[in-house]
Design a protein around this ligand. Structure first.
Ligand code: FES
Length: 180
């Protein structure tokens, strides 16, 4: 079953399925709603339901109180519609609207495509990195050195951070990978 969602004050709207969260559907349609954990534990995605009803989903009780729910608040990373909705929330329009974060990560998978290594980085559970197309991350290395890499995954597809690193063979030295 599909529902219509209208975002205030932007008047953006999208159609979504009943089995997806408001955040998932909004991102899928290209509307950058704010989020961080996507797991109901941080409160970044909290917004107002102006009209309509939702299934609030699973979340940390301390993040959304019963009083806030009574006032119409919901966590859009957890809430699924049970009717057409009008919601109110801030939309991210520029990189400056996204807080800079320093997070640990581990290499989840390496995939070699000809001379390019695709690196999949996994953040800790309950952490996601919101970004806009064209943004980059700094990998912090020993000695406080940092190296910048463009993010290659689509912003809404953020289970892993994906980097594409090109292999450069330098004469008389082992092969190296360089930022594509
Ligand atoms: S993004 Fe953290 S609670 Fe929704």
């Amino acid at each position: 079953m599909a529902f219509n969602v209208l975002i205030k004050p932007s008047d953006h709207s999208f159609i979504m399925e009943a089995d997806e969260t408001i955040l998932e559907a909004g991102l899928r349609h290209g509307f950058i709603l704010p989020y961080s954990c996507r797991d109901g534990v941080c409160g970044t995605c909290k917004g107002l339901l102006l009209q309509g009803t939702v299934d609030y989903g699973k979340y940390e009780d301390s993040i959304l109180s019963e009083a806030e729910k009574a006032e119409g608040m919901a966590l859009f990373c957890c809430a699924k519609p049970t009717s057409d909705l009008i919601i109110e929330c801030r939309e991210v329009n520029a990189a400056k609207d996204i807080p800079v974060k320093t997070l640990p990560c581990r290499v989840h998978k390496l995939e070699r495509l000809d001379d390019v290594m695709v690196i999949y980085l996994k953040l800790p559970a309950n952490e996601r990195l919101q970004f806009l197309a064209g943004q980059y991350i700094d990998i912090l290395m020993k000695g406080s050195k940092a190296r910048s890499f463009s993010l290659a995954n689509a912003p809404h597809d953020d289970e892993f951070l994906q980097l594409h690193v090109r292999n450069i063979s330098v004469a008389n030295s082992p092969s190296m990978f360089s930022h594509k």
